[in-house]
Design a protein around this ligand. Structure first.
Ligand SMILES: NC(=O)C1=CN([C@@H]2O[C@H](COP(=O)(O)OP(=O)(O)OC[C@H]3O[C@@H](n4cnc5c(N)ncnc54)[C@H](OP(=O)(O)O)[C@@H]3O)[C@@H](O)[C@H]2O)C=CC1
Ligand SMILES: O=C(CO)COP(=O)(O)O
Length: 356
């Protein structure tokens, strides 16, 4: 480790002649982690926190005491509880608001949008409508350039300066470049994609399987079982996404298998924690209350289970979780019945199921 100088990697870059102006909406752990990277990269960065007291405290202390209490943030990072101070005159707006409130916040900022690009950081699906966040952006802010950022990005590891990579997906090359300029560093690599729905679905769907893997951990399942579950999860999520028009190869990337692996392996994942609590015998309300943060996967299971029936897509793991969590079926009995599902293809893009 002698020749490895981490402080050289995290030293703030010199301010560019015309720094990018970045807004981050949402004061949770991931929004804060991305805002901190942008500020360190020399972007003029301001976070919108809905609670005035919290915003004032963060402005003064440069700490997010509720969500990331152990980390000192960049001195240049600004905070405000007033959207009108944060949204106008920005180049990029990163939106890290949970899916249940995403549309509401976009409606609030719509009158303030002129030339800004919108980038979603949210890994969820809107309840009832089955809209992804990029769909909501297009509905509420038509004509606005947009993208989604998704990858194996546990917020606490990023603020602890552990190296990570992510994906910016957009059909706009200019937007992809701007987001790379704002966030890319020696500790955070930002790869590019044009498959917006594929990248976004990877981020949303993997939360389902993180819950399953958390439950599996509570039941002390072995490595073979974990590997089978993770790989069949990848098969299931790519099958579903392809039905919705995504490119299956996207699931080989950071936003697919990368994020699935990170979230399904880490107790830092809130979805994994929910699954672990359920596996220990807590009920859903108790598990959510104990977490106290966003775990998108519970709503995603509901949405995807319903949608898979509508679209007739085979999603045995998601539907099994639905039965356990929402219909009170016994987890071990359901797991056993999953194992009795009969002969299937390993990789259906190689050997179609009909030919097995
Ligand atoms: N944490 C992580 O490691 C990662 C998270 N993500 C995704 O980012 C998204 C946000 O997650 P994260 O930042 O971790 O979430 P958190 O649970 O840490 O925080 C959510 C934030 O959103 C705010 N919020 C909730 N509802 C509203 C609303 N109606 N109006 C304004 N603000 C609101 C909360 O404010 P308040 O505190 O006042 O309730 C809080 O600041 C999620 O979709 C998640 O999947 C993506 C990658 C990594
Ligand atoms: O998406 C994440 C890591 O990439 C974070 O997952 P959780 O929302 O489960 O914490």
């Amino acid at each position: 480790m002698n020749d490895f100088n981490i402080s050289a990697l995290i030293t703030p870059r010199e301010k560019p002649a015309t720094p990018l102006r970045v807004a981050v909406l949402g004061g949770g752990s991931f929004g804060t982690a991305m805002a901190n990277l942008a500020a360190r990269n020399g972007c003029e960065t301001c976070m919108w926190i809905r609670d005035e007291k919290a915003a004032q405290d963060m402005q003064q202390s440069k700490r997010n005491k509720r969500y990331l209490p152990d980390f000192q943030l960049e001195e240049t990072l600004q905070f405000s509880s007033k959207l009108e101070d944060v949204v106008p005159n920005r180049d990029i707006i990163l939106v890290a608001i949970p899916s249940h409130s995403y549309r509401d916040v976009l409606k609030q900022i719509a009158p303030m949008i002129s030339g800004q690009a919108i980038v979603s950081l949210t890994k969820g699906i809107e309840a009832e409508t089955f809209c992804l966040m990029s769909d909501i952006i297009q509905q509420e802010l038509p004509e606005v350039p947009f993208g989604v950022l998704s990858g194996p990005n546990l917020a606490k590891e990023i603020v602890a300066n552990m190296p990570a990579g992510t994906v910016i997906a957009s059909t706009s090359e200019a937007l992809r470049n701007a987001v790379q300029t704002a966030l890319h560093s020696a500790l955070f690599r930002v790869f590019a994609s044009s498959d917006v729905h594929g990248v976004e679905l990877g981020g949303a769907l993997k939360n389902i399987y993180a819950i399953a893997m958390g439950m599996g951990a509570a039941y002390n399942v072995g490595e073979n079982t974990r590997s089978m579950l993770l790989t069949r999860a990848l098969a299931e999520m790519s099958r579903f996404a392809v039905t919705l028009g995504a490119n299956p190869l996207t699931f080989l990337g950071l936003s697919g298998v990368g994020d699935l692996f990170a979230t399904c392996s880490s107790p830092l994942s809130r979805n994994y924690q929910i699954g672990y609590a359920l596996g220990q015998g807590k009920n859903l309300e108790e598990a959510i209350a104990a977490l106290g943060q966003t775990a998108e996967g519970i709503n995603t299971i509901r949405q995807v289970s319903a949608q898979s029936r509508l679209l007739n897509v085979y999603m045995p793991i998601t539907n099994a979780l639905y039965e356990v969590i929402f219909e009170g079926k016994p987890p071990l009995g359901i797991a056993l019945s999953l194992m009795q599902n009969g002969h299937r293809s390993d990789v259906e893009f190689v050997l179609p199921h009909e030919q097995v």
